[in-house]
Design a protein around this ligand. Sequence first.
Ligand SMILES: C[S@@+](CC[C@H](N)C(=O)[O-])C[C@H]1O[C@@H](n2cnc3c(N)ncnc32)[C@H](O)[C@@H]1O
Length: 251
Amino acid sequence: MIYDHPWAYELACEFRDIPAEVDALLGWCASPPTSVLELAAGPAEHAREFARRGIEATALDLNAVMCAYAEDQARQAAVRLKVVHDDMTNFDLGRTYDLVVTMLDSTAHLMTLDAMVAHFDRVAEHLAPDGRYILEMSHPSDRLTDDHRVSSTWDFRQEGLTGEVSWGEPGDVLDPITQIVEEHVTITVTREDRTEIVQGVVPYRFWTATELTAAIRLSGRLQIEFQFGDFAGVPLTSPKAWRMITVLHPR
Ligand SMILES: C[S@@+](CC[C@H](N)C(=O)[O-])C[C@H]1O[C@@H](n2cnc3c(N)ncnc32)[C@H](O)[C@@H]1O
């Protein structure tokens, strides 16, 4: 499983500008948050950045290896991060947060409508009255049209290493009934003296924009405030849009 190799996953995602994304997330809040919960946080890069800025941050993930990695990275950076090993469809932390976020299409790991509704229910339970839930998903054009907004292969480079990522192969076809695809992922990392290859199959469930709205209405506890197509705030309908970012508040 790719997520059992957090270091490789984090390298593969190094194309993101985490501080700029956190700036955007903060800008979409009603008022500056004092507490943040990141769900399906993986290495918790955003939660760590919130913590670095002095905001009380909690990261939750289902994968114990990811949780340990997030804790370790926070410790090394000397930032205070609480890490919770739990399921984003079934958690109870007994408190609320000013901001809850789920980044990089992690809700694609929720395979059924019931799971998505349960997720929204749990989020609503943990949101302060004036809080915001910000959910980043892939842009639906990637799955519904030939006008793909992101590439499924890319390279990365850091001091002392180079790498390649292939997230999905041509034979990985979305099941038209379940909207689930088993994506074959390969992350290749080359250092001076060796090459490491991390491979795995990641199940992905495609959510359309209208299904998302339906799941939010079914949960009955959250309402859409804005939708954007990227972290600069382009409209979701823009040809430049490459993400589907939804800002929600409690009803
Ligand atoms: C694509 S990674 C994204 C990690 C992180 N959101 C980011 O932006 O880098 C997806 C993460 O979702 C986690 N995950 C999958 N199903 C989950 C669930 N039901 N509850 C909590 N975490 C889950 C996986 O363990 C993995 O760390």
